[in-house]
Design a protein around this ligand. Structure first.
Ligand code: GLU
Length: 304
């Protein structure tokens, strides 16, 4: 399969679509990003990489980080986590509060903000220096040390974190958060601020495309069964209230972020990252989804 040719064709097709969507501006630092950047990168488990457009530009991975922190926590505490967070699609926006009261402070899944806060809270119980541990994990998965927090984005998000603070305090009132909420928000806003390129992102998700084994080092990161579960959650919950539509159109597990990035993968083969900051009404990259839909359609391979 000539992946370079496939993504070249898609890149040019998608780039000529009418310009729609807005960048996320509820985090002020994200509003300053040039909205018309667009990159695609593929990494295969046999070590090849392909890219086009702005695939080597760093951008804010935002909620894509939730898949990293979930992997770190699942790795240590496994199924105990499901006492504190569910595994069902929420059908609500990423920062919604509505289900939490009815469901006794247990978020629907680890990829909505409430669920990700619970996961980060557990991570803080596991590591004395959680911010360092997250960065170390991401660097190991990507196979490069050139990955950092974007302090400007982290501070900007922390200043405007009223909704996430509300989620944190509300869940704490149900005893579902162990740590101090401000300390939790600090770690969470930092994990969201991680800056990566499409190429680094594609490489860093290969362990989930490779049944839990990091193909760079051959080290087991997750068991086969836990890797399967992580992918299942990305398929059912990775795109908030657009998760069903994404599975229907694209047919790959994946995770989006409001920085405009999307990571998706085909187990046994590859990971693909797309970045385009203009978002649709669900907070997912408009061109990112267009690209991935064309990708699985053009190559005729998805997980189904
Ligand atoms: N940092 C963002 C927030 O908590 C993440 C949202 C996202 O990327 O979907 O609001």
């Amino acid at each position: 399969m000539d992946y370079q040719q496939v993504i070249n064709n898609i890149y040019h097709e998608v780039k000529s679509l009418p310009v729609v969507g807005e960048v996320a501006d509820y985090i002020p630092a994200l509003a300053n990003v040039d909205p018309d950047q667009f990159g695609i990168a593929i990494a295969t488990i046999d070590g090849q990489t392909f890219g086009i457009g702005d695939y080597q530009c760093k951008f804010s991975i935002q909620s894509i980080s939730k898949a990293f922190t979930l992997s770190m926590v699942i790795r240590h505490i496994g199924s105990q986590l499901w006492e504190y967070v569910g595994k069902e699609p929420s059908g609500t926006p990423f920062n919604s509060l509505v289900q939490l009261e009815r469901e006794n402070g247990i978020p629907r899944n680890p990829f909505i903000n409430a669920g990700a806060l619970v996961v980060t809270d557990k991570l803080m119980n596991l590591y004395t220096h959680p911010k360092e541990a997250i960065l170390e994990f991401v660097r190991e998965m990507a196979g490069t040390d050139d990955i950092y927090y974007d302090k400007t984005v982290a501070q900007s998000e922390l200043k405007c974190a009223n909704r996430n603070q509300a989620l944190g305090y509300f869940m704490k009132s149900f005893n579902n958060i162990d740590n101090d909420v401000d300390a939790l928000l600090d770690v969470y806003c930092h994990q969201c601020s991680i800056s990566m390129t499409c190429e680094e992102l594609a490489k860093s998700f290969l362990f989930l495309a490779n049944h839990g084994i990091n193909p760079h080092s051959q080290k087991e990161i997750l068991s086969v069964s836990r890797s399967k579960r992580l992918n299942a959650l990305m398929l059912t919950c990775g795109f908030y209230d657009e998760s069903g539509e994404f599975a229907f159109r694209v047919g790959m597990p994946g995770k989006s972020g409001v920085g405009g990035g999307i990571i998706a993968l085909i187990p046994g083969q590859l990971a693909i990252a797309v970045w385009s900051p203009r978002l649709n009404k669900y907070g997912n990259s408009y061109l990112g989804i267009e690209t991935l839909e064309r990708f699985t359609t053009d190559i005729g391979i998805s997980i189904f």
